[in-house]
Design a protein around this ligand. Structure first.
Ligand SMILES: [Zn+2]
Length: 199
């Protein structure tokens, strides 16, 4: 099951519920007035669910902003987003960009070893053609319709992590891992670990 919640006007949370776990992995989508922009691609296992959820939103999917290329954050991008729009622009940090997107084994092989059953649940990321990759610079600004996304490189959880400030609301999107995982039932934030260098 996938839950779509309009958290603000034209801003949607899509809880992908991989493996039936809710409040764990969400993708956010914003209707800019000139297309839908998406933050994160979810894991490969949720790719079909993400595609179906986005089909229900008004507008074409034009841009995807990925905080980092860990399997739970971008693995479904290839199946869901590039099939909805083969020309979608996928914004990634240069260390996780055109080298990794078409070659997911770079990230999949060490992730499967480190994550065990959870890695198997999320699945091997789907290839994203390098032509879709847009490698960012710190401070880049991308405007789509009424919305502007500012890219901030935020290494820490991953060397290639980036966050986004979204105007006009000045929302900060950190993709979860940069700030910890909030466990609703415990009302507690679990810190996320740093990755061993992979790329
Ligand atoms: Zn991560």
């Amino acid at each position: 099951m996938v839950r779509i919640i309009e958290v603000m006007n034209n801003v949607y949370q899509i809880d992908l519920e991989p493996g039936g776990f809710s409040n764990l992995v969400s993708v956010y989508a914003i209707n800019t007035g000139k297309g839908i922009i998406v933050f994160e691609g979810g894991p490969a296992i949720s790719s079909n669910d993400l595609r179906n959820a986005l089909r229900g939103l008004p507008g074409n999917i034009t841009h995807a902003f990925i905080t980092h290329v860990h399997i739970d954050h971008y693995g479904g991008t290839g199946g869901a987003l590039t099939e909805l729009n083969p020309n979608i622009e996928v914004y990634v940090h240069p260390r996780g960009g055109s080298k990794v997107l078409p070659n997911p084994d770079i990230i999949w092989i060490p992730a499967r070893e480190a994550m065990g059953w959870l890695g198997e649940l999320y699945g091997r990321p789907l290839e994203v053609p390098s032509k879709n990759a847009r490698e960012t610079k710190d401070g880049d600004r991308v405007t789509v319709g009424d919305v502007t996304v500012e890219v901030i490189h935020t290494p820490g959880h991953a060397s290639h992590h980036q966050s986004f400030i979204v105007e006009p609301w000045d929302i900060l999107i950190v993709g979860g891992d940069a700030a910890g995982i909030y466990v609703k039932d415990l009302d507690y934030i679990i810190p996320t670990t740093m990755e061993p260098p992979q790329i």
